[in-house]
Design a protein around this ligand. Sequence first.
Ligand SMILES: Cc1cc2nc3c(=O)[nH]c(=O)nc-3n(C[C@H](O)[C@H](O)[C@H](O)COP(=O)(O)O)c2cc1C
Length: 216
Amino acid sequence: MKLMAINGSPRKTWNTATLLKKALKGAASQGAETELVHLYDLNFKGCISCFACKIRGGKSYGRCAVKDNLRPVLEKIATADGLILGSPIYFGIVTGEMRSFMERLLFPYFTYTDPPQSLAPKQMPTGFIYTMNITEELMKEWGYQQLFDNNQRLLQMAFGASESLCSFDTYQFKDYAKVVADRFDPEQKARRRREVFPQDCDTALAMGARLARTPG
Ligand SMILES: Cc1cc2nc3c(=O)[nH]c(=O)nc-3n(C[C@H](O)[C@H](O)[C@H](O)COP(=O)(O)O)c2cc1C
């Protein structure tokens, strides 16, 4: 069983990466081989609309034809047994890099047939981990749930199964005293980091273990 995780945060040791690492630890506890890819290490773009992945009988049918840093990652995912994406929320959606990655990963797999079909080489369990500054209450008020549901539906359409995990009210800066951010109470943020974030880590650990046990 090989589980891959994709970090859509520019930060390699902060909230999103920490939760992804916990998920991989959970998967490893079930004997899975794991790998974490940091998207911001890679030089790549989103879908360029070449449609090589859709050409009848074409040599790239069902596969992204673009040759850049993302290609080996997409090839590895095609042979993996499980996949977890992770992204901070930037202006109400996933980061630009995560969005570009999702275009390249998913568009080649979806056919313009009726009904649409998935050309993914295999079905596998998938998960999505989101981290964000706002509270769960505000997330609901601001309608973020629709984004999470939509991404879950896309991953389900491509790979068969998907689940989501949210970490709210994250700790954003190393030192709150140094930034202009009066809206946040540094002590409340630190308390949440101490008391709630470890629970989110446990939830991520359990998610990774569950995905590793789920047959593709
Ligand atoms: C450019 C930018 C935009 C952001 N926009 C939002 C937002 O719309 N909603 C939100 O809840 N948090 C927002 N945040 C906060 C991050 O989502 C949050 O701090 C996240 O946990 C960071 O993940 P990381 O620690 O893995 O980098 C934003 C942060 C940045 C840098």
